[in-house]
Design a protein around this ligand. Structure first.
Ligand code: FES
Length: 102
């Protein structure tokens, strides 16, 4: 699937992803700015925060992700997720990255 990362300033970067990989891994592998992922995906840093666009759907979050989202640098919103927890399937995905994660 394609994964499109939209910066806080509005610039879009689209890359090819692989089913089973996370939205965070896909960004890091392709050098996409806006996702820091300090903890490498172990759900302990909250620097992989993204806002999921309305046309992109993921399974509901677990409680630990929900708790970690309370500690993000930019306040969470209804569509906030931690991108290390978002696994790609075969559908295209669009997310926006917060302005502090650069
Ligand atoms: Fe650290 Fe997602 S990479 S919580």
């Amino acid at each position: 699937p394609s994964v499109t990362y939209i910066s806080a300033a509005g610039s879009e970067t689209a890359v090819a992803g692989f089913a089973g990989d996370s939205v965070m891994e896909t960004a890091v592998r392709n050098g996409v700015p806006g996702i820091v992922a300090e903890c490498g995906g172990s759900l302990s840093c909250a620097t992989c925060h993204v806002f999921v666009c309305a046309d992109s759907v993921f399974p509901p979050m677990e409680d630990l992700e929900d708790d970690m989202l309370d500690g993000t640098a930019v306040d969470r919103e209804a569509n906030s997720r931690l991108s290390c927890q978002l696994k790609l399937s075969d559908v295209d995905i669009r997310v926006t990255t917060p302005e502090t994660q650069v």
